[in-house]
Write a protein that binds this ligand. Structure first.
Ligand SMILES: [Zn+2]
Length: 281
């Protein structure tokens, strides 16, 4: 079972183009795209255009090639587009929206979760407190939720956040495969304590709940993203947690991805610059 994992592409087309080429060359059975898939630099309310004009045909290529493509949106992808995203995935039998869901392929079970621990940034569509006793950080401004009519400002985000399920609760609600040695979790949020969660300013922002969950259940593999710079800051892009291998490849200027052979558990991280000089369109 050959798996290719990539995360945090943020709508960069040349990276998506390379993703198809390297998946084909690696003869991947499964590609996993771990969230924050849509462009974030222009108007977030136009992310639907990227789904319709680009992702749809991107998915079609994998579908035609018979390569499974498991994916979900991330915290920078607006929730108002979840339905469109899922409908677009559902057009292709090889493409699966893995958010809060399990999918089995080649005898392995993949389980996805795309909620994130709250941060100081204003967009709160997928933010949660980590655990019940989580201390919310100082904020950059009033919280914002996407609605079809534009932003909805949240007057008191802290009070509102306390009414939502925590990351710990969200993880416990996931379907739990019986055989963890044949299971892989795809969790946008990295765990804490493993050097996979460090920002440029030195802050370690990983999730305690994710760490505890992985420690408790020991899946064969867990795949994370979210903190693009962490591997460059810590020099670490994977960690062993007893039986589990936890991978967080990061994503900076180069197209960065990980190849994994699930049978032998050989894995490698590749930074690819081919295609970066192509004109961005
Ligand atoms: Zn993210």
């Amino acid at each position: 079972m050959r798996v290719l994992f990539v995360t945090d592409l943020h709508g960069i087309k040349w990276k998506y183009e390379r993703l198809f080429e390297v998946a084909r060359d690696f003869q991947a059975d499964v590609v996993i795209n771990g969230g924050d898939m849509l462009p974030g630099n222009n108007d977030l309310f136009r992310q639907d255009k990227f789904i319709n004009d680009y992702l749809d045909s991107h998915f079609a290529r994998f579908d035609s090639a018979g390569i499974y493509y498991l994916c979900y949106l991330g915290n920078d992808d607006l929730r108002i587009f979840d339905k469109l995203f899922e409908e677009t995935c559902n057009k292709y039998s090889f493409v699966v929206c893995l958010a809060q869901r399990k999918f089995e392929v080649g005898g392995y079970k993949f389980v996805g979760m795309n909620w994130v621990v709250d941060y100081p940034f204003r967009l709160k569509d997928r933010c949660r407190m980590d655990t019940d006793d989580y201390m919310l950080q100082e904020q950059f401004g009033k919280g914002l939720l996407s609605t079809p009519n534009g932003w909805q400002e949240i007057d008191d985000w802290f009070t509102y956040a306390k009414t939502l399920p925590t990351i710990e609760e969200e993880l416990n609600q996931l379907v739990c495969p019986k055989d963890m040695s044949k299971s892989a979790y795809v969790i946008h949020m990295p765990p804490d304590r493993l050097g996979l969660d460090k920002c440029y300013d030195g802050a370690e922002v990983g999730s305690k709940a994710v760490y505890n969950f992985l420690t408790k259940y020991q899946p064969k593999l867990s795949l994370h993203g979210h903190i693009h710079e962490s591997p460059d800051v810590t020099g670490q892009w994977y960690a062993k947690l007893d039986g589990a291998i936890c991978i967080q490849p990061g994503q900076l200027n180069e197209f960065t991805y990980v190849t994994i052979d699930l049978s032998t558990m050989e894995f490698d991280r590749i930074k690819d610059t081919q295609g970066s000089k192509k004109v961005e369109g």
